[in-house]
Design a protein around this ligand. Structure first.
Ligand code: C5P
Length: 319
């Protein structure tokens, strides 16, 4: 049976990846750039429902609120939005779409379905203009990594992609989640452009995720995986799925687990081919996807044809 078929059944391991990706994973394990020291147990025995409840119980979407050092001494309570992310939408959303940037979404004609959701989450520099038929045109929230804020090619200050949406930024911090160490040596210095953007656009909701939240997700992925996963933060996609699970009654995730349209085309909007974008090299992406597959409540046929997974929101299910 093909790799894709096995992925749909949740029955794959890293040994089935191409040698280049396996080598990359091994190198990340030995480098351990972020100083990960995992103290928990590795286990993959939870059912999808148990895993959902574990996430519901433990995941706490946390953003930098300016109350902890060094941000407190730097006056960040004035810089961050007055309304926290969790209180922006007091009643939450009904159904939400998480639109992955994978090349496989091309020719999907999913645009109308995606736009019919109450809220739509997109990632980084993924555009809608010119791709409406496949990805829709509504954007409620955008998750951006620190390279978007710091790499001039992305035109973070001027581009319309980053206007009129809720922005949530993140940067790989040390596993210790020591904010002083992180502030002095972020992966990419997102702090300066963040404060500048907040000053210029004080009414736009714009948050930075707390490293504790990111690494809490990593711990849960590792605890529920037999193999040693890459000691690097989960992908923006996984982070986004969890944020939407905390804000929506139902989350429809598009082209995270690839459909029959699976391709090495990294992004639908860019002519660049690399299987790592879908299966992971730096991010523990394959393992994230296996957890999401385990929790899928949608139809198997929607997975094959649309690359769609349906997950309940945290409020929607009693544990
Ligand atoms: O590449 P980027 O991080 O901007 O893409 C957003 C998210 O979409 C990724 O973090 C990943 O979770 C997902 N993705 C994917 N397969 C791809 C490209 C992106 O699953 N080929």
């Amino acid at each position: 049976k093909s790799f894709l078929y096995k992925l749909w059944k949740g029955d794959v391991s890293s040994k089935m990846l191409n040698p280049r990706l396996q080598k990359a994973m091994k190198d990340y394990l030995s480098t351990n750039k972020h100083g990960v020291r995992f103290k928990g147990k590795r286990n993959s025995k939870l059912t999808g429902d148990q895993l959902f409840c574990e996430l519901k119980e433990r995941v706490n979407v946390k953003t930098i609120d300016g109350k902890e050092a060094p941000f407190s001494t730097l006056g960040w309570e004035k810089h961050v939005p007055q309304i926290p992310l969790g209180k922006l939408y007091t009643h939450g959303f009904g159904s939400c779409a998480v639109v992955m940037s994978a090349g496989a979404i091309l020719n999907s004609s999913l645009g109308d379905e995606i736009d019919s959701h109450d809220a739509v989450l997109r990632f980084n520099s993924a555009p809608t203009r010119g791709y409406e038929k496949d990805v829709g045109n509504k954007t409620t929230m955008r998750i951006i990594n620190s390279q978007i804020l710091t790499n001039p090619n992305h035109h973070f200050v001027d581009s319309s992609l980053y206007k009129d949406v809720v922005l949530v930024a993140w940067d790989p911090a040390p596993y210790s989640a020591n904010l002083n160490v992180w502030y002095k040596k972020p992966d990419y210095n997102l702090f300066t452009p963040y404060v500048q953007h907040r000053r210029k656009n004080p009414t736009q909701p714009f948050y930075i995720l707390h490293p504790k939240f990111i690494w809490q997700l990593w711990d849960i992925i590792q605890e529920n995986t037999k193999e040693k996963i890459q000691p690097n933060p989960p992908s923006s996609g996984f982070i986004g799925i969890l944020i939407m699970m905390s804000m929506c009654n139902e989350v429809h995730v598009y082209e995270y687990i690839p459909s029959v349209r699976q391709t090495d085309l990294c992004h639908y909007h860019e002519l660049y081919y690399d299987a790592a974008c879908t299966l992971g090299a730096y991010h523990p992406l394959l393992y994230e996807k296996l957890l999401v597959q385990r929790m899928n409540k949608g139809l198997q046929d929607d997975l094959y044809r649309k690359g769609k997974v349906i997950l309940p929101g945290f409020k929607a299910v009693k544990c």
